[in-house]
Structure formats: structure tokens, C-alpha cells
Write a protein that binds this ligand. Structure first.
Ligand SMILES: Cc1cc2nc3c(=O)[nH]c(=O)nc-3n(C[C@H](O)[C@H](O)[C@H](O)COP(=O)(O)OP(=O)(O)OC[C@H]3O[C@@H](n4cnc5c(N)ncnc54)[C@H](O)[C@@H]3O)c2cc1C
Length: 172
């Protein structure tokens, strides 16, 4: 797909991750164009009349739907987050190299902080779905406060897949 031509993506679900961060599920409306991506890549997400900004893909390519996790920062992220279910946003991409998943098929340590964890969730879910291809997997994740930890409801599933999950904040 041309990385200059935005795809139309319909907002199909919105979940709260923290006070100013939301997980948005998207469905691509252009039937004849698909988005092929790797964990670690990002999209340019646009709001008509405002512009576009880079947002990591938070979902694994092994799963549907396509998801992005957006934290309010300024004008464009506020515009993305003003969406309601059924609204349409533009997406271009994917961009970036993504994680070298083929070279990672051994023991893996995944470490990240706060909003940077969105792109790591894509990698973790990818590993969960191809668990037998990887060795021991450990996730170490931190945030300023426990309210700023994302995807807390998903740690149990990762642990059941044999992933060691350590997370925390200075206030925990
Ligand atoms: C590769 C990549 C991946 C990313 N992935 C994600 C992701 O998954 N999720 C996510 O939420 N974000 C992600 N980001 C960050 C996101 O792109 C930025 O938060 C976004 O571009 C901000 O745009 P904005 O218009 O909302 O904010 P802006 O209006 O650009 O404001 C950003 C910050 O600058 C400050 N600011 C703005 N104007 C001024 C000024 N004149 N003087 C002083 N301060 C000012 C604002 O107060 C705010 O704190 C990613 C960035 C990159 C590069």
C-alpha cells in the first residue's frame, strides 16, 4: 500500500487505559487495501483539518482488530481522542523497521516505561501467539504511578502463556 495515501479507519471500540490514555480499536474501511505490519511499527494517524502524528501500533499482527493506544499530549492527540464509535480517522503506514522478531527467537527480555509500552504490547501478544518459537520471556515495565500502568487486565494472560511479568511504579 502507498504510505502516502491515508486509509480510512473506523473507530469500533474505545477502552480507557488511564486518565488521559485510551486504547482505540479500528476497522479499515477500504476493502481492497490491507495493512501488513510487524510488531514495533507505527502509523501516521490523521484528523481531518488538524493534521497527523505518529502513533505506534499497539496490537499484534496475529490478532484483530488493529489497535492504537493514544495519550493526550496536544492538538492532534486531542483530536484523535475526540472520536466516538463510528467516527473515521486516517491512517498511513506502517512506518519504522519493527522489532527483528526472527532474530529474537531465543530468551527475550522486554523492558519499557509508561506510554512506550504500547508498542511492546504488540510484541508481547505476538510472542504469546507464537509462544513455542521463543525461549524464556520476561517483561519488566514501569510507570510514574500505578494509575499510569497500561494493559493491567492483560498481565494474567501473559503469565498463563509462561511469560514472567514484573511491573511497578515508585508509589506501589
Ligand atoms: C515513532 C513514534 C511513536 C509514537 N507512538 C505513540 C503512541 O503509541 N501513543 C501516543 O500517545 N503517542 C505516541 N507518540 C507521540 C505522539 O506522536 C505525540 O504525542 C504527538 O505527536 C503530539 O502531537 P499533538 O499535536 O497532540 O501535541 P503537540 O501540540 O505537538 O504538543 C506536544 C507537547 O508539546 C507541548 N507544546 C506544544 N506547543 C508548544 C509550545 N509552543 N511551546 C511549548 N510547549 C509546547 C504540549 O503542551 C505538549 O506537551 C509517538 C511518537 C513517535 C515519534
Amino acid at each position: 500500500m502507498s504510505s502516502y495515501l491515508p486509509l480510512q479507519a473506523e473507530v469500533i471500540d474505545i477502552d480507557v487505559e488511564s486518565s488521559n490514555t485510551y486504547l482505540i480499536s479500528l476497522r479499515i474501511l477500504d476493502d481492497d487495501r490491507s495493512l501488513v505490519y510487524k510488531p514495533g511499527q507505527f502509523l501516521m494517524v490523521s484528523v481531518f483539518g488538524l493534521g497527523e502524528c505518529p502513533i505506534s501500533i499497539a496490537s499484534s499482527p496475529t490478532r484483530e482488530p488493529l489497535q492504537i493506544c493514544v495519550k493526550e499530549a496536544g492538538r492532534i492527540t486531542r483530536g484523535i481522542l475526540s472520536c466516538r464509535i463510528g467516527d473515521v480517522r486516517g491512517i498511513r503506514g506502517p512506518f519504522g523497521n519493527g522489532f527483528p522478531v526472527e532474530k529474537m527467537k531465543r530468551d527475550v527480555l522486554i523492558t519499557g516505561g509508561e506510554s512506550g509500552f504500547a508498542t511492546l504490547r504488540s510484541l508481547i501478544d505476538y510472542i504469546v501467539d507464537k509462544r513455542e518459537e521463543f525461549g524464556e520471556v520476561t517483561v519488566a515495565y514501569g510507570a510514574r504511578t500505578s494509575q499510569d500502568l497500561y494493559f493491567t487486565s492483560e498481565y494474567g494472560g501473559w503469565q498463563r502463556a509462561g511469560i514472567v511479568v514484573g511491573m511497578g511504579s515508585p508509589w506501589m
